[in-house]
Write a protein that binds this ligand. Structure first.
Ligand SMILES: Cc1ncc(COP(=O)(O)O)c(C=O)c1O
Length: 406
């Protein structure tokens, strides 16, 4: 007989999925393990002193900051974001077009509340960000996957996918894309595809969720305008985050979009956490408005570019001879390795014995059977010499699986 909890759980809870990455973290914490698994910023470059300067606010503005805040977000932070993001968004957005969220993960959840009914379909990249797939799934969504190449989501396939789905009576609710330095694929959607996606969205009346936590962490080339900036109507919602450009511990993110959907999401936020922490919002706003964010971004970019380059050199040296392929990311946190003759779930076990961890590809793939020969490799967390050692361990693990050097 099931327990008092089992008997009374919601059907959503009975069907919910735990995150395979979170479950994996226990193994990764073993001593001596080199981890390419997480998606974490490098702690040695957190801007500790500059961030701490704002701590005086805890006394000086205690009456506001130790109190509940508004659900919509701390006004000075919204003002900063409206101005700071204007070049990317194509214009300065209004305050009621921005909602501050508890990390951009919450934007995904609130959007799920606002948009998804049980059995609805969401068009996602294949592969895609695991925790977005998880949260949409937990809201009852099913997925239609669109492959990703070096220019991002292959948007030209979307019309056919929507038409087929509709002819089968499926309800397609929105398109979810990670536009810059995709997690996990590392690729960036070209301008042509961004524009084409907007055309498709308008033609089929299917909105777009543009997720962009990595967009400001660009090592090479020029920043690209957001999909939001190409949509003169109201069909795109854009999520940003401080997690990769300042600190994930702040849990401060934002979502920009048409007033109507922002209002819907705000209503769900009222019932989720009432408001994001006024303390961290104020510390972030203070830090940013002193110009420290703009000073810090080049430090992050310089640090991660060196690590990305170290990873590239190590891949060329150790993995290319073993038949691995990859796209060099122009920014962000990840490489997506393709190892044609290797099952990466098996490789994961071998790699753990060699004390190097990565995330196998399959959990990132919405479509059954994809990703079995892929590995997501993070390079921002480890120092360049550790990266070299980790990749050489990975190569040993691959060789022990019986792959002859070419
Ligand atoms: C694509 C993508 N979206 C959203 C998030 C959530 O980030 P946060 O909630 O820390 O802002 C992440 C985190 O890794 C991510 O990779």
């Amino acid at each position: 007989m099931s327990s008092i909890w089992g008997q009374n759980l919601s059907s959503i809870a009975k069907n919910s999925r735990p995150s395979p990455i979170r479950e994996m973290l226990a193994v990764i914490k073993q001593p001596g393990m080199i981890s390419f698994a997480g998606g974490m910023p490098a702690p040695e470059i957190f801007p500790v002193d500059k961030f701490y300067e704002g701590a005086h606010l805890l006394k000086d503005d205690a009456a506001n900051l130790l109190q509940y805040g508004t659900t919509e977000g701390y006004p000075p932070l919204k003002e900063f974001l409206a101005t700071w993001t204007a070049p990317r968004m194509g214009r300065k957005v209004d305050h009621d077009e921005i909602l501050i969220t508890t990390g951009s993960q919450q934007a995904l959840d609130l959007f799920g509340w606002a948009m998804i009914d049980e059995g609805d379909y969401v068009i996602v990249e294949d592969p895609s960000y695991l925790a977005a797939l998880t949260v949409f799934f937990n809201h009852g969504a099913k997925f239609l996957g669109v492959p990703v190449d070096h220019l991002g989501m292959q948007v030209e396939l979307i019309p056919g996918i929507i038409e087929k789905a509709r002819s089968e009576g499926k309800n397609v609710k929105f398109i979810y894309t990670i536009v810059n330095f995709q997690n996990p694929a590392g690729s960036t959607m070209s301008i042509e595809r961004r524009k084409r996606l907007v055309e498709i969205s308008k033609k089929y009346n299917v909105p777009v969720f543009e997720d962009d936590p990595y967009g400001y962490v660009r090592y090479d080339g020029d920043h690209l305008p957001s999909i939001f900036s190409f949509h003169d109507g109201d069909g795109v919602i854009y999520a940003g985050s401080y997690s990769k450009i300042l600190s994930p511990g702040t849990r401060v993110g934002w979502v920009t979009g048409p007033k109507e959907i922002i209002r819907n999401m705000t209503v769900f936020k009222q019932g989720t956490d009432l408001c994001s922490s006024p303390i961290t919002q104020a510390l972030v706003a203070e830090y940013c408005s002193k110009g420290y964010l703009d000073e810090h971004l080049p430090v992050i970019i310089d640090n991660y570019r060196k690590k990305r380059d170290a990873m590239e050199v190590s891949f060329e040296k150790h993995l290319k001879p073993l038949g691995a392929t990859w796209v060099k990311p122009e920014g962000g946190f990840f490489y997506w390795l393709e190892l044609p003759s290797i099952n990466t779930n098996e490789l994961f076990k071998k790699a753990i014995e060699k004390k190097v961890a990565f995330v196998p590809g399959a959990p990132f793939c919405p479509m059954e059977g994809s990703g079995l020969h892929n590995a997501r490799i993070n390079y921002t967390f480890s120092a360049p010499d550790v990266i070299e050692e980790g990749v050489s361990r990975l190569a040993e693990a691959i060789q022990e699986m019986g792959i002859p050097a070419l």
